[in-house]
Design a protein around this ligand. Structure first.
Ligand SMILES: *[C@@H]1O[C@H](CO)[C@@H](O)[C@H](O)[C@H]1NC(C)=O
Ligand SMILES: *[C@@H]1O[C@H](CO)[C@@H](O)[C@H](O)[C@H]1NC(C)=O
Ligand SMILES: *[C@@H]1O[C@H](CO)[C@@H](O)[C@H](O)[C@H]1NC(C)=O
Ligand SMILES: *[C@@H]1O[C@H](CO)[C@@H](O)[C@H](O)[C@H]1NC(C)=O
Length: 422
């Protein structure tokens, strides 16, 4: 069965996007992209397919589930009610060359296509944007490794978020497409990542989060039926100030504490600095922005992404990574340019014209609820916020896919919601 091309060009295509920004953030949208527009020629090719059984997906999810349900907010994975309802075919998808905004480079990028084995000619499509991952290889297309019956999926080597999406959507009658992003995956060729760089990621079929993707689709006149995002830090300037301890939000009513900021935020900021230096042409940015004692470590981490190589006795965290001068007036042109770019790349001033759900956790170690409710409030009547009590960053992601009214403040999960729309 080769339905890739007809599916992607079908005038009745539905598109749903999910995105992660760090280990475990989700966002998504459903759309009907080419309604009323002429069919476009394919701009990609598909590589050999591999079949993964429903049972294999269920057992991999059963093993991975507890890694995300960090505070046990869900009853656990139950294959009888949450199991895959069909086997899935996985394929590498490779785009034809695309030109990167910012550097003008022409590159090919890879991704994953997962299709239910019994798919008809036209089926709803989930476009899952994994977003940002702190490794070169844990990309969605890595999941084709499941073709090896002896391959065990692990948190260190795989994109478990992608596994959950395949098991949820592809195994329940949606096609799933997921981009690997520039600077990652089999065609990386030593290229630096474009981490939270808006133009480059949106163009190469991904986004910091689905808010960017949603806005890009709507700007191109593409209809969107519904969108779901989880734990989005939609304003990078605000996020950097929060992570750096420059902005403090009051403790939400009813909560006794908020978790400390995650250790993985500093590596995320390092990779973002490297990316902004590269894609916004700000040479020397990393060196100027980072405190002298962490410069060498930051440069090395940007090159090798090896978190185990960071000496714990000299590891920066999100509050002490940046130079003291960073937030004090204009001390350096490139730091100012970075700050303008972070402000410009915010996705907070959009009036949504179709339903959008923001799932957010009340124990998220990177995103405070004040960062989410602001975007919901500005989003207009179609925007709704869904609180996930006691949920960490990863648990919010998992609950968005597998939770029920009990964990989702009375709302249903994204699969049920999208099934009701498709
Ligand atoms: C394909 O269509 C048939 C008949 O409408 C339906 O029973 C089946 O579930 C569809 N397959 C998928 C994967 O949606
Ligand atoms: C995969 O996991 C199974 C069950 O835990 C184990 O028996 C097997 O050796 C593992 N395979 C590899 C290649 O590590
Ligand atoms: C990462 O760093 C550790 C500690 O220095 C080292 O043992 C390991 O080989 C490195 N991994 C890679 C992929 O370079
Ligand atoms: C970062 O480390 C400093 C000590 O160097 C400590 O005072 C601060 O609380 C830490 N911040 C976070 C967010 O862990």
């Amino acid at each position: 069965m080769n339905i890739g091309v007809s599916l992607l060009l079908s005038p009745t295509l539905w598109l749903f996007g999910l995105s992660t920004v760090t280990p475990g953030v989700m966002a998504g949208s459903i759309s009907n992209p080419w309604k009323g527009q002429p069919a476009r020629p394919a701009t990609y090719h598909l590589e050999a397919e591999t079949l993964v059984t429903a049972q294999r997906l269920d057992s991999a999810v059963a093993l991975s589930f507890p890694l995300f349900d960090t505070s046990s907010i869900l009853p656990g994975f139950d294959a009888t009610t949450q199991g895959a309802s069909n086997d899935v075919v996985l394929r590498h998808i490779v785009t034809t060359m695309t030109t990167i905004s910012g550097t003008g480079e022409t590159v090919a990028v890879t991704g994953l296509l997962a299709v239910p084995v019994s798919a008809n000619n036209t089926i709803p499509v989930v476009s899952w944007q994994h977003g940002t991952i702190l490794s070169f290889d844990q990309v969605p297309s890595h999941m084709v490794k499941l073709s090896d019956p002896n391959y065990n999926v692990t948190d260190d080597a795989d994109s478990l978020e992608t596994l959950f999406n395949i098991q949820r959507f592809a195994a329940n009658r949606f096609a799933v497409i997921a981009a690997d992003y520039i600077g990652k995956g089999p065609l990386r060729e030593g290229r630096g990542e474009a981490y939270v760089v808006k133009g480059a990621t949106t163009q190469t079929c991904g986004a910091l989060n689905t808010l960017w993707l949603h806005q890009a689709l709507r700007s191109n006149g593409i209809d969107i039926e519904a969108t779901a995002v989880a734990s989005p830090f939609s304003d990078l300037d605000q996020a950097w100030r929060y992570w750096s301890g420059k902005v403090i939000f009051p403790l939400p009513k009813g909560l006794e504490s908020y978790p400390p900021l995650a250790a993985w935020i500093a590596p995320c900021m390092i990779v973002a600095l490297g990316s902004y230096e590269l894609y916004y042409n700000l040479p020397g940015l990393m060196e100027t922005a980072v405190r002298p004692q962490y410069r060498e470590l930051a440069e090395r981490n940007w090159q090798d992404y090896n978190i185990s190589a960071i000496d714990p006795s000299n590891s920066p965290n999100s509050t002490n990574l940046l130079a003291d001068s960073f937030w004090k007036g204009c001390t350096n042109d490139h730091i100012s340019a970075l700050q303008r770019q972070l402000i410009r790349n915010a996705a907070i001033d959009w009036e949504y014209d179709s339903p959008i759900r923001f799932y957010y956790g009340l124990a998220d170690e990177a995103v405070h609820l004040a960062m989410v409710t602001r975007t919901v409030a500005a989003g207009g009547r179609y925007a709704a916020g869904i609180q996930v009590a006691r949920a960490s960053h990863r648990a919010t992601f998992l609950a968005g896919l597998y939770g029920s009214g009990a964990s989702l403040d009375g709302f249903d999960n994204v699969l049920s919601w999208f099934q009701s729309k498709a």
